[in-house]
Design a protein around this ligand. Sequence first.
Ligand SMILES: *Cc1c(COP(=O)(O)O)cnc(C)c1O
Length: 392
Amino acid sequence: MLTDIEVANLVTKTIQGVIGTSPTILHEPKFVGNEWNYLKECLDTGFVSSVGKFVDRFEYELASYTKSKYAIAVVNGTAALHIALSLSGVKPGDEVLIPSLSFVATANAVTYCGAIPHFVESETVHLGIDAHKIREYLKSIAEIKSGQLVNRLSGRVIRAVVPMHTFGHPVQLEELLKLAHDFNLVLVEDAAESLGSFYHGKHTGTFGLFGTLSFNGNKTITTGGGGAILTQDEALAKHAKHITTTAKIPHSWDYVHDEIGYNYRMPNINAALGCAQLESLPSFLESKRILFHKYKDAFQSIDSVSIMEEPKNCKSNYWLQTLRLGDELKTARDSLLKNTNDNGVMTRPCWRLLHTLEPFKNSPKMEMNVAESLEQTLINIPSSSFLSSLIV
Ligand SMILES: *Cc1c(COP(=O)(O)O)cnc(C)c1O
């Protein structure tokens, strides 16, 4: 039996055996394609902001890649979620089911609608929300009244459910779609982490009424900051475009705005970066998969440490590679984080569960045994696409 410190040392050495000993961060962007050309074109023509051809092109190419009927580019992933929830009919005072095991943006977007996040349990294979446990939970605390799911404890309408594809691993969509159907919930996918991830051959973010993407600097591709809304519904797509661009009625000189809109549009200069990054996406994905296999082989020899693998019938983008510690190594987690970071290998624990954060600690929630255990046993390790040396 190794001590915690010995395990930590071994993990650091094993990661360095795969990626080398130079200091490495968790996820670095890589610009190896047409980025300079497209950015230069923006600067040379003066179209850096709200007008220019790259936004339309980026939206078109995102829709083609994901096979989503519509894609609307916006200023970031959080704004995308805000608008997707709002157009799903989420109103002030509603509750929205979201994973406690997620990045804070998922919960923040719910509150921007005046709604209340209602935190639900995760599942251990794919790390997303657990459709079966949520079903049993809803049976016990909620009932359908005049077509709406009402929380008997709070008296509020539970309007929507927002699964998130954790670190790029698709959640069990089939069962969640059934759940949403049976309980009259709108399903919106937080696919911020899963560009390039497919569930049963279909791109994540295209199953719900809406799906949302993020192109923040640490995501699989980046536009500096950016996001997108995916939907298969033409009217909703038009509405999403309209209210993310100040709800202005097209007119050659007059300013007429027909509802409260948002300045959530993606600037042309960011979309230019996005067009170039999308061209590199296939090679990024290939490279990240190679890195996964290298880590998998390397960690085969360490008991109680394994690497997170894509769920069955799914293709993950392997955005962030994730170590899973056996329960017996829970106590070693912090020495492991310290040892790796002290040696230039950037690692991070999973997020703090959202229901424990100050702004959300009074929010409704279900029992969270699995999410609590995952929080203690998941560690993200360096995952940049160039670390497999396919891309240099
Ligand atoms: C990155 C991320 C977002 C949104 O991110 P932005 O930084 O606003 O683009 C939303 N949800 C999850 C789970 C994320 O990881």
